[in-house]
Design a protein around this ligand. Structure first.
Ligand code: F3S
Length: 283
């Protein structure tokens, strides 16, 4: 069996930065909290928790210490609340996420309606919409975009969740441009890293027998990679750790492609690869 790794694998720049900032803080200060998961990978969150990081969802229970803002960013209203409680803040928001927040804020101040292509429940988007003072609509796909009420007198700007697929983003842009608003501005805020991972997974899925996408099930970019891969190759599987390989059938002689989400650490990838090298046979 041979294993082919995707060109981009392991942590992206933003995740590497966020984890390094958290680790540095944990060496110097206590108590340290993170508001929600610092990144969407259970293994990494659990490793940081062992070093002392406490994950919280409600700031009301914290009266002293330092709060880490995750790489996905946080609503300015919540950041204000944290500061008002006299807590220190370490902001690990990825610079590319920050860029999208600034674009949305500036456009909104100029009176544009904002359409965000993404998942309304994802922390990145929940934070992003709070940077916009008025008329913001989150759409996941073409179907939701078609239902948007946009008239010919409207000034509309479209931006994207950083981990969206380019195809979906452009398809939504097409649908909205057909509504012929008075002004339409498009900002492709998809992160280059996410785009490159998708392209690489697509390429691999075309030439291998089985694809493994390693990453958290709640990680948006990992899910996107899985969608891209499984649209080409049915035998594509999302695995969080090597434990998820138990039910998989991998024949000797197969070529296995391995891709990972941006928040998957190298040590989890190595364990999965090691296990498939040993596996090689259907159960
Ligand atoms: Fe940032 Fe892109 Fe990673 S937005 S967190 S560098 S996937």
């Amino acid at each position: 069996m041979s294993i082919v790794l995707a060109k981009k694998i392991g942590f992206c720049f933003g995740v590497k930065r966020a984890v390094a900032m958290a680790e540095e803080a944990l060496e110097k200060k206590r108590p340290i909290y993170s508001f929600g998961s610092i990144i969407h990978n259970k293994e990494v969150v659990s490793a940081l928790s062992k070093k002392g990081l406490k994950v919280i969802k409600d700031i009301g229970k914290v009266s002293r210490g330092t709060v880490i803002i995750s790489s996905h960013g946080l609503s300015p209203k919540v950041v204000k609340k944290i500061s008002e409680r006299g807590l220190d803040v370490i902001d690990t928001t990825c610079p590319f996420v920050r860029k999208a927040q600034r674009i949305a804020q500036n456009l909104s101040r100029r009176g544009c309606s904002i359409v965000v292509v993404g998942d309304a429940r994802h922390p990145e988007i929940r934070a992003l919409v709070d940077f916009v003072s008025r008329d913001v609509f989150v759409v996941k796909n073409v179907g939701e975009a078609k239902k948007l009420r946009i008239g010919r007198a409207d000034r509309v700007s479209i931006i994207s969740q950083t981990t969206q697929s380019t195809e979906n983003f452009l398809d939504v842009v097409k649908v909205i441009s057909k509504k012929k608003p008075k002004e339409l501005r498009v900002f492709n805020t998809i992160c280059k890293d996410a785009e490159e991972r998708q392209a690489s997974a697509r390429q691999l899925a075309r030439v291998v027998d089985l694809m493994l996408i390693i990453g958290g099930r709640d990680s948006a970019n990992t899910k996107r990679l899985y969608e891209v891969s499984s649209s080409i190759l049915k035998d594509s599987h999302l695995v969080e750790t090597e434990a998820d390989l138990a039910d998989l059938c991998i024949n000797p002689g197969w070529v296995v492609g391995v891709a990972s989400g941006a928040s998957t650490p190298d040590w989890v990838i190595k364990k999965v690869v090691k296990k498939i090298q040993r596996k090689g046979l259907c159960n």
